[in-house]
Design a protein around this ligand. Structure first.
Ligand code: HEM
Ligand code: MG
Length: 341
């Protein structure tokens, strides 16, 4: 059954995370890694189980106490605590994890998550397309091209090129804005199956600033990410030597720099390349409650139309946790109950 979720860290200062207790170890056969460079790195250093299969509680603890803590949202000015970590972990778990065993793969399908609930549930891990993973990733290709989760050198070279052009050789918020525009325009022009709607819309714009917010050593306040450090996370799944996590908790601060430069209305290619149309049913980036409601009523309900017994109980508990994360984030959404109260 689902466990109670961890609260915020008491100490959110900058501390050494690449320490003796968390050595990097290479992958063993069967270990899962996927589209998220942060979770991959945490697993390769033992902050998450090294096999890449974890519970929501393990994921929240890892992203807080590992490099990454999402404890407050300074934009709003009161203590929002760890709402962002909870929302991210729970929303991906509900669609990509196993609600019976409480385990999720941070990569592909594996027997390590236990026996699956009945179809149409999929339990196929973070590699699953369009539940959270989606098009226009910085260092992973669009699903249309085949592999949506492995590090892709060609795409990383765009990251390098934009950092050189707009950041004097470093990745920062300005680079993030220009690269995001490029990635979306490039997919519209080349990927006939391009889509960028909620929930992926939110992760796409959030992830653009994650490297600035979380991959820079906590003792460095420049806001400029070194490209060697970027490669260490994105490709090698390892902390740079002697790495300290950031000082003080944040979530997607800086995302406004990206959206102000490149406002984007969610949509998709309706009829081959260069046929972009707006999707009026998708939440926009300024509609977090529509995102929550549609995610519950569409994405989750589609996978679990008629759950019973333990499965039903587990889904209800996790849906409650998801809603509480939106409350903690100050979104003011109305709770929805797809399986009754
Ligand atoms: C990408 C899940 C925490 C940094 C992704 C993707 C997923 C994911 C599914 C793939 C999306 C895509 O690009 O198509 C999660 C979950 C987390 C988590 C469940 C748990 C709370 C973090 C943290 C960081 C982070 C703490 C930063 C330190 C990134 C970045 C990408 C990404 C930079 C984009 C990769 C790219 O575009 O090439 N994450 N993530 N994630 N994640 Fe995470
Ligand atoms: Mg992707």
């Amino acid at each position: 059954p689902p466990q109670p979720l961890p609260g915020p860290l008491k100490d959110d200062s900058s501390i050494l995370v690449y320490d003796a207790a968390h050595p990097y170890q290479p992958l063993r056969p069967g270990d899962q890694r996927g589209p998220c460079p942060a979770l991959n790195t945490l697993a390769s250093h033992g902050y998450l189980p090294r096999n890449g299969v974890a519970t929501p509680v393990q994921i929240i603890n890892a992203v807080q106490q590992g490099t990454f803590d999402f404890l407050t949202l300074p934009l709003i000015g009161f203590n929002l605590e760890n709402s962002f970590a909870r929302f991210l972990a729970l929303s991906t778990f509900l669609v990509n994890g196993n609600p019976i065993t409480n385990l999720m793969s941070i990569g592909g399908v594996t027997p390590l998550t236990g026996q699956n609930p009945p179809a149409p549930a999929t339990v196929s891990g973070l590699n699953t397309h369009n539940n959270c993973e989606g098009d226009t990733s910085m260092t992973r290709a669009d699903t249309y091209y085949g592999d949506n989760h492995s590090f892709n050198e060609t795409r990383f070279q765009n990251f390098v090129r934009f950092s050189n052009e707009f950041g004097a050789g470093k990745y920062n918020y300005t680079v993030a804005a220009h690269l995001r525009e490029f990635l979306v325009e490039e997919s519209i022009a080349n990927n006939p199956e391009f889509t960028l709607v909620s929930p992926r819309l939110f992760t796409a714009f959030g992830e653009s600033v994650f490297p600035v917010n979380f991959f820079i050593d906590g003792r460095d306040k420049s806001g400029q990410l070194d490209l060697g450090v970027a490669r260490s996370f994105f490709q090698n799944m390892t902390f740079p030597r002697n790495f300290y996590r950031r000082d003080g908790a944040v979530n997607n601060v800086g995302q406004d720099v990206v959206t102000n430069y490149y406002p984007f209305t969610p949509g998709y290619n309706a009829n081959g390349v260069n046929s972009f149309v707006v999707d009026p049913t998708s939440a926009t980036l300024s509609q977090p409650c529509l995102r929550y409601t549609n995610f519950v009523n569409n994405n989750i309900k589609l996978l679990y139309p008629n759950p019973t017994g333990l499965l039903l109980q587990s889904l209800k508990t996790n849906l409650q946790y998801l809603y509480e994360a939106t409350v903690a984030a100050g979104d003011g959404c109305t709770q929805v109950f797809p399986y009754g109260q």
